[in-house]
Ligand binder design. Structure first.
Ligand code: GLU
Length: 521
């Protein structure tokens, strides 16, 4: 294969949405697979929307995903003069003409077509104007647009699309489209292909929403005598109602930043994105960076649009269950040392970071993260569900209070007695804590489960989590004893109030109603 040169040319709209992220990823994978060049180009000709912040947002998103570019970012706005020159050149070679039809005239013709129920297409009034007359009118200052002169003989534009195969569009179905507006500015169809030519792009990999523009761009390539790149129009990502994903309709949940802020790991995000519109041809779902580059091919892009499920109202499982599960997979299995910086970031944000975690308590910190991660789905879980492990201020889930701690009135006494027993325990390890709890249950003639669930609720405020004895050892004797005593006092107060007919004390707060599993894919 010739040298591969691909590009990602986003319009800076203030955010990078997942459709754009996927386009960038596919181009990048293709470039990396073939030892090619990935060009980043910003289509910033909409001056009102294209701020430096909007551009930065794209760069940040790509950097976070680990997508590095080899050239650019180039700015489309720096090439407007060149785009105009190309339009002029097409005019000189007769491939384009000046059109002086006014807005009103065109509107009237459009209305007429509508009345007669035929599709409207520019009728070519100015196409027939002698060039001298057109030049004369331009000199006089009459406003005009430049239109491309689509061949009017029988025939069609033909080009190759990797996804759709041989594409063909009859000339008669293409109107003489505008390439330069009356304000002198080039249109997207022209600028985009002129830039692609200058950047020597070999493969145009982009969304299917640009498929309809392609025959026009191919006509431009042919008229200019430029080589036509190979196109690959990828499927789109739709919401469950089959609408195109957009920030306007769907909100932040479709932006890359949202995933980042919700505790996604960058590569897990890329791995999921890769599967939205491409498949490896087998049932693999987890790919390392190298494996994905190796497996990726344009031939396996799907034609059918993919559906992206999301639930912004669910704080924990806000996005596609498959995405959540892939993220959980990486979180739970990646080398611990690689995960630590993400956890540190979350703990810092939550005010839970202790500098000792990077120093004398490093060993403890690694063990705690390793213990917790097997049940977590995003790095944010360390700051919410992980709170009891990193702070003494943690919420008591309502369920933990009601179901586990109020289950038996005796728990107030039992927890306090257990605190006494555990306090004397030396060593305080998995075996000794388990023995103590089980012996106590036997001594009091109750099921060990009642004590186990009660202790877990007391020391973590939660009903689920790692195995109880792992929890106890990680928290350490001192914290366990203190928490058992404190909850025991609260329980005693609760029952005392209850007996005197007062209002019962309730749990301190809820961590959210999300179940422990994301909804099924
Ligand atoms: N700026 C266009 C977009 O964001 C680029 C289209 C293309 O890849 O040619 O949709």
């Amino acid at each position: 294969m010739e040298e591969v040169r691909v590009r990602f040319p986003p319009s800076p709209t203030g955010y990078l949405h997942i459709g754009g992220a996927r386009t960038a990823l596919y181009n990048w994978l293709f470039a990396r697979k073939h030892g090619g060049t990935f060009v980043l180009r910003i289509e910033d000709t909409d001056v009102e929307r294209s701020t430096q912040d909007a551009i930065q947002e794209i760069l940040d998103g790509l950097q976070w995903m680990g997508i590095d570019w080899d050239e650019g970012p180039y700015l489309q706005s720096e090439h407007v003069e060149e785009h105009k020159r190309v339009a002029r050149c097409l005019l000189e070679t007769g491939h384009a003409y000046r059109c002086f039809c006014t807005k009103e005239e065109l509107e009237a013709k459009r209305e007429e077509a509508k009345r007669e129920r035929r599709p409207y297409r520019y009728d070519g009034t100015c196409r027939r104007m002698p060039p001298e007359e057109a030049e004369e009118r331009e000199k006089r200052g009459d406003p005009f647009v430049i239109r491309f002169r689509v061949p009017r003989q029988e025939g069609s534009v033909v080009y190759q699309d990797v996804v759709f195969g041989r594409e063909e569009r009859a000339y008669r179905d293409i109107e003489d489209f505008i390439i330069l507006r009356s304000n002198g500015l080039p249109v997207y169809i022209l600028s985009n292909m002129v830039d692609d030519h200058r950047d020597r792009i070999t493969h145009v990999i982009r969304g299917q929403d640009h498929r309809a523009n392609t025959p026009k761009q191919v006509l431009l390539y042919q008229a200019l005598g430029w080589p036509v790149p190979l196109f690959a129009h990828m499927s789109l990502t739709l919401d469950p109602k089959r609408r195109k994903i957009s920030k306007r309709v769907h909100g932040d949940v479709v932006t890359v930043r949202y995933y980042r802020e919700k505790g996604f790991l960058p590569w897990a995000f890329c791995n999921f994105m890769a599967l939205l519109g491409w498949s490896p041809g087998d049932d693999r779902e987890i790919f390392s960076r190298e494996e994905l580059i190796e497996a990726f091919s344009l031939e396996r892009l799907s034609r059918a649009n993919s559906v992206f499920n999301y639930d912004p109202d669910n704080p924990r499982f806000f996005t596609d269950p498959k995405a959540i599960n892939i993220n959980a997979h990486y979180l739970r299995t990646m080398p611990l040392e690689e995960l630590i910086p993400y956890v540190e970031e979350v703990l810092r944000e939550e005010g839970l970071w202790d500098p000792a975690y990077a120093g004398e308590r490093r060993g403890w910190f690694l063990a705690a993260v390793d213990l917790l991660r097997v049940r977590y789905f995003t790095t944010k879980d360390f700051g919410t569900l992980g709170r009891p492990y990193f702070s003494d201020e943690y919420p008591m889930e309502e369920k933990a209070w009601k179901k586990n701690l109020l289950k038996d009135k005796q728990l107030a006494r039992w927890l306090s007695l257990l605190a006494d027993k555990l306090e004397c325990l030396e060593p305080f390890d998995l075996g000794s804590t388990e023995e103590t709890v089980r012996e106590a249950a036997q001594e009091w003639g109750i099921k060990a489960g009642i004590l186990i669930n009660g202790i877990r609720a007391a020391v973590t405020g939660q009903t689920v989590g790692p195995g109880l004895f792992d929890i106890l050892v990680i928290l350490g004797k001192e914290r366990v004893v203190r928490r058992l005593r404190s909850v025991s006092r609260r329980l005693a107060a609760h029952w005392a109030k209850e007996e005197s007919g007062g209002e019962g004390e309730e749990g301190a707060g809820d961590l959210g109603k999300a179940s422990e599993r994301p909804p099924k894919t």
